[in-house]
Design a protein around this ligand. Structure first.
Ligand SMILES: Cc1ncc(C[n+]2csc(CCOP(=O)(O)OP(=O)(O)O)c2C)c(N)n1
Length: 621
């Protein structure tokens, strides 16, 4: 039956780690309260105030980094983390991030690449709001982040440590902090003096890590965080437990296997089957067994099938497929625009295949499998193996060969098109995609944050190993640069490369993650596809108002980023390396120079000037 997936064993590895950290932190004699019932088995820590317990609970529960953006209400974090480290107690490393939006996007990048939980800290309601759209990114990508924010103290002046001593505290008070983010988190809570602060952190992380994973929000009033303690016992994740993703109904998995074995012209569509290494491996095995071609267009969000695999992008058009197998993809086609045939059999597989977070969902389904994709794909492959007749195997082998030919033809045609565009001035977008593909090797992790140029990245930049490619599932622009910083923290031995348009580069408050990359020795390369426009305000506008007033009379006012900001100087201003590239012959050498700088320890930005959208023709792969 279902094999144990890496995501599941990842949970178990995390629990084993938590168990070990709890034991290491355990210190007898620090607690005065009587041990009642199961309390006897809880982790026990030294803690002089609530904040000490909060940071120790984070670390014991597997949080290594606290992405922190300053505020008068959250100084307790600075004190508690350094105090813990000075006294040899567990605590996450506090990272000073100069803007909350970069803080959250950095935490997302870290969690995506490490497959570990992470925590953030920001100043009251305004810091929470500055996390901004990045919270929606965490929600959309199921990222296990314990988001925290301070809250102004309620204690009357001079009556308690941390009490009201600034005018600003009155205007920061609101009836319901959780309401700010409740549509984007799985759980939220305001820490009260009655709470066990260690247990509350465990609960916030347990909720974040339980499938379907996602962010949680914990609000920490300053005076509560400064309340005294004399040690504390609390359950860690290892004691509270963490559920695995469902393995799926064996009968339904068998039915899926039968439908796929009998398919004549199948197509598998995925974005995130490779969210874990086990998922990518199970996908490859099933696809090879049944010659299932895989489509990741128009966007993939993880490395699923290696880009050089014969089954990659070598399948039929969706309307030609008789069986469409949708694996971890919330919108595999646009209803009413590029639907599959009404006669097609449609199988859905995801932890939450009906996308219960969406309000409307009009996609048809023949079979809906609610299961961890890694274990379910492995189980379907096991079942299918036993069903295949000799004639099935011959038919499937023929299909495999047809896919191999189509894959090869597509690759050659893409490469020819790029080489033919190699002399164009301004630089052709596909030439940049192609040159980037040539420059990167299997040592690289790519974080892809382009919009209009996604096709040029996805077509030319190879990703072969699990965990080597990430794209934001959310829609809040400006994720990439900060996520690159977080990714490098998670994978210090890898070369991290971010691809972004100029619009989202600027949205990413790039100085913040680049500065952090310099300060914390976490170098990464950012490649800017600089087309001096937002596709939303230029190509999109033209689609909807081709003869409109804006286009005729204002030259796309609101849609262009012209004059061009100097991205290289922005990088240099915080101690990173920057290059602007205008010559097509310089694209490859500039990328190589920047990669060397990054590998030598300094973050780098290469901004490549492309034809301006709408003013010159966009090159499509
Ligand atoms: C926070 C946020 N604000 C606005 C948008 C709307 N939006 C979607 S794509 C886009 C343009 C992105 O520009 P750029 O990164 O240069 O990409 P390109 O123009 O090359 O497609 C904008 C503004 C968004 N996704 N996120």
């Amino acid at each position: 039956m279902a094999q144990v997936s890496e995501r599941v064993s990842g949970q178990q590895a995390l629990l084993a780690d938590v168990q070990a950290r709890g034991q290491a932190a355990h210190s007898a004699g620090a607690v005065r309260q009587p041990a009642i019932g199961s309390v006897n088995r809880w982790v026990e820590v030294h803690a002089d105030e609530y904040a000490d317990a909060v940071v120790q609970s984070m670390a014991i529960n597997g949080v290594d980094y606290l992405f922190f953006s300053s505020g008068s209400d959250i100084g307790f974090y600075q004190e508690a983390t350094v105090k813990a480290h000075s006294l040899g107690r567990p605590a996450p490393k506090l990272l000073n991030i100069l803007h909350e939006n970069a803080n959250m996007n950095g935490a997302i990048g870290y969690a995506m690449v490490s497959n570990r939980p992470v925590a953030t800290a920001a100043h009251v309601e305004v810091g929470t709001m500055n996390y901004g759209g990045a919270i929606a990114n965490a929600w959309a990508d199921d990222v296990p982040i314990l988001i925290t924010a301070g809250q102004p103290p309620l204690s009357y002046g001079r009556t308690r440590r941390g009490g009201r001593d600034q005018n600003v505290f009155w205007c920061q008070e609101h009836p319901d902090y959780g309401q700010i983010v409740r549509q984007f988190v799985k759980w939220d809570h305001v820490l009260s003096p009655m709470d066990n602060p260690g247990m509350v952190v465990t609960r916030g992380l347990q909720m974040a890590l339980a499938p379907r994973q996602g962010p949680t929000y914990l609000v920490l009033p300053r005076d509560v965080m400064m309340l005294p303690l004399e040690g504390l016992r609390f359950p860690s994740l290892a004691q509270a437990g963490l559920p695995d993703a469902p393995a799926g109904d064996p009968e339904a998995l068998r039915r899926a296997a039968r439908l796929l074995v009998e398919a004549r012209n199948p197509l598998l569509i995925t974005r995130r089957a490779g969210r874990t290494a086990a998922g990518a491996e199970a996908l490859r095995r099933l696809c090879e067994l049944l010659a299932l071609p895989v489509s990741e267009a128009p966007r993939k969000e993880r490395m699923n099938l290696p880009t050089d695999h014969p089954l990659s992008e070598s399948g039929p058009a969706i309307e030609q497929a008789d069986v469409v197998f949708v694996v971890d993809n919330d919108t595999p086609w646009l209803p009413g625009i590029d639907d599959p045939s009404p006669d097609a059999t449609i199988i859905w597989l995801a932890v939450d295949p009906i996308q219960s977070r969406f309000v409307n969902y009009e996609y048809p389904a023949t079979l809906t499998l609610a299961a961890d994709p890694a274990s379910a794909l492995a189980a379907i492959a096991d079942e299918a193996e036993g069903m295949l007749s000799a004639s099935d195997r011959d038919r499937i082998a023929d299909r495999y060969e047809r896919c191999r030919t189509r894959h090869q033809e597509r690759r050659e045609s893409l490469d020819r098109a790029a080489q033919a565009a190699g002399q164009q001035q301004p630089i052709a977008p596909r030439w940049l995609g192609y040159q980037l593909g040539q420059a990167l090797d299997d040592d690289c992790i790519v974080l892809e944050d382009t919009v209009g140029n996604a096709v040029n990245v996805q077509s030319y930049v190879p990703s072969r190993a699990p965990g080597s490619f990430f794209k934001n599932a959310g829609s809040s622009g400006g994720w990439g640069v900060a996520a690159g910083f977080g990714a490098k923290l998670a994978a210090p031995d890898k070369t991290v490369v971010v691809t972004t348009g100029d619009g989202f580069f600027l949205y990413s408050v790039p100085y913040a993650p680049l500065w952090a990359g310099v300060k914390y020795g976490a170098p990464f390369l950012t490649v800017v596809f600089q087309n001096l426009a937002y596709s939303t305000g230029s190509t999109s506008l033209k689609t909807h108002y081709p003869e409109g007033y804006s286009i005729k009379h204002s030259d796309f006012e609101g849609g262009l980023i012209d004059p061009a900001p100097d991205c290289a100087k922005m990088a240099e201003s915080v101690g990173a390396y920057g290059e602007n590239v205008n010559d097509p012959a310089e694209v490859g050498p500039a990328l190589q120079r920047a990669l060397k700088v990054v590998r030598d320890g300094t973050p780098a930005v290469v901004a490549v000037r492309l034809p301006q959208l709408m003013v010159e023709t966009q090159d499509r792969a």
